[in-house]
Design a protein around this ligand. Structure first.
Ligand code: PXL
Length: 278
């Protein structure tokens, strides 16, 4: 196997177990060299904390790009998460176009909303830019809220398969190729992930833990990327990511002081054995 190299572009929330502080260890644990471009530096994430600091690094992105281009550094996959401002999206697309190897894959987690609402830093202009980034991706990983915002559909907590199919059709119209839609549940106590690749659709249903935890979207997307680049097919990567995310929530849910993220470190041995199972 030729060793693979991933670039991930997302913020550093210095405290809070999300974005780069989750993506870097998880993708590395999957045996993949991981380079990073921090899109912003925040003292904490923005979900539940107040008074956080934020330094946007949009200006640095073209400079890092130029240096790497000159040096000849290329990536087998580019994975984006929480970016922070719409100004940087054009530059991120430029990186996807110029710093990928011949068969590189672009994976976009829109990371902008949950439970029907946008994260505090974002507005509809960001959603519009995110639509362009999703159209440039090979694989997108929205949750239902993000999918609705990208598709211009009403967010619902109860729905049927026809609603999900309409959502997928609208995302395809947008230009999205493979769609990994998370948080799709049709019955109480269950949730799941739907992987739509061209005409093919596969659904993995799993146990739903009532307590929602911050940062699980980042744990999910990073695990998916690690597993996929490691050589798993999209559906297997989606399943490994779902099982690991559920495990992380289980290991965290009893600890009421740990509301800001999940204890993903504790379940890493299980992730590693799932990844290295050929
Ligand atoms: O987990 C997504 C995320 C990443 N980065 C920052 C966030 C959030 C979610 O709120 O605020 C800064």
């Amino acid at each position: 196997m030729t060793d693979k190299r991933v670039l991930t572009i997302q913020d550093i929330s210095c405290f809070g177990q999300c974005s780069l502080t989750v993506a870097l260890p998880i993708i590395s644990a999957c045996g993949i060299e991981t380079a990073v471009i921090p899109s912003a530096v925040l003292s904490t994430h923005t979900s539940g904390f107040t008074g956080y600091t934020c330094r946007d690094l949009a200006e640095d992105i073209p400079k890092i790009h130029a240096h790497w281009k000159e040096t000849g550094i290329l990536f087998d996959a580019v994975y984006t998460g929480y970016l922070g401002s719409s100004e940087m999206i054009e530059d991120v697309m430029e990186i996807m176009r110029e710093l990928g190897t011949e068969n590189s894959i672009n994976i976009v987690d829109p990371a902008m909303a949950d439970e029907g609402v946008l994260y505090p830093a974002f507005d509809m202009a960001y959603v519009e830019e995110m639509k362009k980034l999703c159209a440039a991706a090979d694989i997108i990983l929205p949750n239902i809220t993000e999918a609705c915002m990208l598709a211009g559909m009403e967010f619902k907590t109860e729905y049927d398969e026809a609603y999900i199919q309409e959502l997928l059709a609208k995302l395809k119209e947008l230009g999205a190729r493979t769609i990994v839609l998370t948080g799709v549940g049709y019955q109480p106590g269950k949730t799941g992930v739907l992987v739509a690749e061209g005409e093919k659709q596969s659904y993995y249903e799993h146990h739903r833990i009532e307590k929602g935890c911050h940062g699980t979207g980042d744990v999910y997307a990073s695990t998916f990327v690690g597993a996929l680049v490691r050589g798993k097919d999209a559906f297997t990567a989606a399943k490994i990511a779902a099982d690991y995310t559920v495990r992380c929530i289980e290991l965290t849910k009893e600890d009421t002081e740990h509301w800001y993220g999940v204890k993903f470190e504790k379940a890493m041995p299980e992730l590693i054995s799932a990844i290295y199972q050929e």
